[in-house]
Design a protein around this ligand. Structure first.
Ligand SMILES: Cc1cc2nc3c(=O)[nH]c(=O)nc-3n(C[C@H](O)[C@H](O)[C@H](O)COP(=O)(O)O)c2cc1C
Length: 204
């Protein structure tokens, strides 16, 4: 069987979700998947980005090196992991805008049986992590995607704060992650790839 193709699609303003995406890519590589890490386009006005040094630095030093997702990446992928910061308990508009361009693929049944899961960051430990992931999963149900949430399929989830919807992390005022979630991210990546392998095998 050919390798599972995994697209890790993220939005980040200050780098946290870029780091989560990198860890997910490492976990998926270790499990033998073919991986693409892709950003969604930035939509914020330049003046807003410039007003936050961490945001400006991420855009100028990091995001420039990451390819931007396209609809063909969604067709290519057997599995997709999304990673987003919360915005008032919702996914950021940048990710929503990208998802809102998938109507044509959806209409033609091209998103059915994609195996998906999502990760999230927020400033506060209870700042809307689950709600944000659920806001993303709502769109996945419309796609006909198969949500492969981590649940409690491995003890690492407990060590990372115990979010069964998808790995979540809180970010301190200094911009650093508070919980140690690397192992949970890697487990989530492996689980998403594993479920995608099952689906791929069944469809051969
Ligand atoms: C407009 C806006 C709304 C936000 N809403 C929340 C929120 O509801 N709860 C929370 O804990 N953090 C909130 N945050 C903080 C971000 O979630 C946090 O900065 C982000 O997770 C960092 O991820 P990044 O480094 O990948 O951008 C908000 C930030 C912005 C700019």
């Amino acid at each position: 069987m050919s390798k599972v193709k995994l697209a890790i699609i993220y939005y980040s303003s200050t780098g946290t979700n870029f780091q989560l995406a990198q860890w997910a890519a490492e976990g998926a590589h270790e499990f033998g998947a073919e991986v693409k890490v892709l950003k969604v386009p930035e939509l914020a006005p330049q003046s807003v980005i410039d007003s936050n040094p961490a945001w400006k630095n991420y855009v100028e030093e990091v995001a420039v090196c990451v390819p931007t997702v396209s609809l063909s990446d969604l067709e290519w992928a057997d599995a997709i992991i999304f990673s987003v910061p919360t915005r008032f308990g919702n996914m950021p508009s940048q990710m929503k805008q990208f998802l809102d361009t998938t109507g044509g693929l959806w209409f033609n049944g091209k998103l059915v049986n994609k195996v998906v899961s999502a990760m999230v960051s927020a400033q506060n430990p209870h700042g809307g992590q689950e709600a944000t992931i659920l806001s993303l999963y709502t769109t996945m149900y419309h796609w006909g995607a198969i949500v492969a949430a981590p649940g409690y399929t491995d003890p690492v989830t407990f060590g990372a704060g115990g979010n069964p919807y998808g790995t979540s992390v809180s970010v301190g005022q200094d911009g650093k992650m508070i919980e140690d979630v690397q192992a949970a991210v890697k487990h989530q990546a492996k689980r998403t790839v594993t479920v995608a392998e099952w689906v791929k095998k069944a469809n051969q």
